[in-house]
Design a protein around this ligand. Structure first.
Ligand SMILES: Cc1ncc(COP(=O)(O)O)c(C=O)c1O
Length: 495
């Protein structure tokens, strides 16, 4: 068997993240004070990301709103920073709704999505936020709760799924969320029944796919449903196309291709393994043939985030004869989007302390970290990236390779089963920084297994005088910062 050279996956890093990870003294002192793991959040970055999405909509002449899918990160700093922008928020639980209300989002900037409890619906109705309903049953429940409490009429969006259209062969994958497009009649019946309680604002979809044709078809399905609603006497104005715009984690296409090729060759036994015990991530060797499908996130995604939105909007609407953006514009609809992962691009870093480095075999090491696979769930989410070494000391280091393991007494507690090649091998006391991990990796799965602490969260900002930080729950946008001149003050100042 031929032994090949390293197979790196170098993370794409913004200037802010690059600068932060080079601040080894600052990061080390934060981990000394607050423990490992530690989540670092960059509220400045999320502002930039909102602007990018807004600009993309404006380029297409569209009016609409960016709703941050809160589920992707629990940080208060991010939600409070967003409250200070034009962004809105999509909440998917009672606690997220409370968080949004308490962070400065007025109800007219909040939308609820996902499956909901009656209590969540009650608070949503009581506070007057928009409800994006998932099923006909939920729509009925919203009408009933509103009736029972004699509440003002509420704006509802109806999430659709299972899109079909004649003449196309694009399949729409089955989803357990949303009302099937062939069941929309039942929606109109409920809207008729509760006409004093429910106002139809529009239709929505959210698809967990990167395929533009599949999304274009769902988009088109919503536009058709809008027409149908108008024909039935409603006045819908919003098409909500959900999230799923994606992130480009690995900048170098060559590295990504080399990784997928090396993985296939390793599974077939044609090269040395690049994963622990030849984990195939969905690929397998059946009698010398490669079978299965790679179950990893396509970490090199140059068309992602706002660029993906742009590409979707520029796609022809299957049933209309214009682009999707033009179809929205011509009908004077508003466009809502719900990005989570992509709005968090470059907004956070998870840091963990190296506890031990010991041989795994002749050539490879285990690098044991003071965090576990739930604190940085890159394996669970199938996104592979090399960590950045934040060394505890300067000096000669030898190169090396190994696997990152966690602080739980579980065989399965691998931070990554993918082999990592280090130019400079970590040592106990060093830190490893997992960059671009704000979206889902840092706290979606974190728990207290073995009574291990979950990460504290620190919000960092950089200005002319350098970096400053606050604990996440102590972070608020600067109350005295003026992004635009205040008219009453400037007239007084002028007099
Ligand atoms: C309804 C809804 N909207 C938005 C999102 C955010 O998706 P993403 O983080 O891929 O942008 C999700 C994610 O699960 C979702 O369920």
């Amino acid at each position: 068997m031929t032994v090949h050279s390293p197979v790196p996956l170098t993370p794409r890093m913004s200037d802010l993240v690059g600068d932060l990870t080079s601040e080894s003294t600052l990061i080390a002192s934060l981990v000394d004070a607050l423990g490992s793991p530690l989540n670092l959040i960059l509220p400045q970055q999320i502002r930039r990301n909102v602007d990018e999405f807004a600009r993309t909509m404006a380029v297409h002449g569209l009016e609409g709103s960016v709703y941050y899918a809160h589920k992707a990160n629990r940080s208060s700093a991010l939600v409070r920073e967003l409250a200070d922008t034009d962004a809105r928020i999509d909440v998917a639980s009672l606690a997220e709704l409370q968080h949004a209300l308490g962070s400065g989002f007025a109800p007219d900037r909040i939308m609820t999505t996902g499956p909901k409890t009656p209590e969540f619906l009650w608070l949503a109705l009581r506070s007057g936020v928009t409800i994006n309903v998932d099923t006909v049953q939920e729509l009925t429940l919203v009408g009933e709760i509103s009736c029972a409490h004699d509440l003002p009429r509420v704006d509802v969006l109806v999430r659709l799924s299972s899109f079909t259209s004649s003449g196309t062969t694009i399949s729409s994958r089955p989803s357990r969320f949303g009302v099937s497009t062939d069941g929309v009649d039942a929606v109109f019946s409920v809207l008729d029944k509760f006409r004093d309680q429910l106002r139809l604002l529009g239709f929505a979809y959210h698809l967990d796919t990167i395929g533009i044709p599949e999304k274009a078809r769902a988009f088109d399905g919503c536009l058709l449903a809008m027409e149908e609603a108008r024909a039935r006497g409603h006045d819908p104005r919003v098409v909500d196309i959900g999230g799923g715009f994606g992130v480009d984690y690995v900048a170098d296409a060559g590295e990504w291709d080399a990784f997928t090729t090396a993985l296939s060759e390793a599974v077939l036994g044609r090269r040395d393994p690049i994963t622990w015990q030849s984990t195939g991530y969905g690929l397998r060797n059946e009698g010398g043939r490669l079978r299965g499908t790679l179950g990893l996130y396509p970490a090199h995604r140059p068309v992602s985030g706002p660029r993906y939105l742009d590409s979707l909007l520029s796609t022809d609407a299957p049933n209309v004869g214009s682009t999707l953006a033009e179809a929205v514009l011509d009908n004077m609809h508003r466009l809502w989007i719900e990005p989570g992962r992509s709005l968090l691009d470059q907004c956070g870093v998870v840091v963990g302390r190296v506890l031990e480095v010991r041989p795994a075999n002749e050539d490879e090491s285990f690098v044991r970290l003071d965090l576990n696979a739930r604190d940085i769930s890159i394996e669970e989410h199938g996104v592979h990236l090399d960590p950045v070494l934040v060394p505890a000391r300067i000096g000669e280091r030898r190169p090396g390779a190994g696997y990152l393991i966690g602080n739980l007494c579980l065989e399965a507690d691998f931070i990554t089963r993918r082999k990592i090649w280090f130019d400079a091998m970590p040592e106990p006391g060093d830190l490893l920084a997992f960059v671009n991990t704000a979206g889902y990796f840092m706290d979606f799965s974190a728990d207290h297994a073995l009574d291990q602490p979950i990460a504290r969260v620190v919000a960092l900002s950089r200005n002319e005088s350098g970096w400053s930080w606050r604990l996440d729950d102590q972070y608020w946008p600067d109350p005295f910062y003026r992004s635009a001149p205040c008219s009453s003050i400037s007239s007084q100042e002028g007099s």
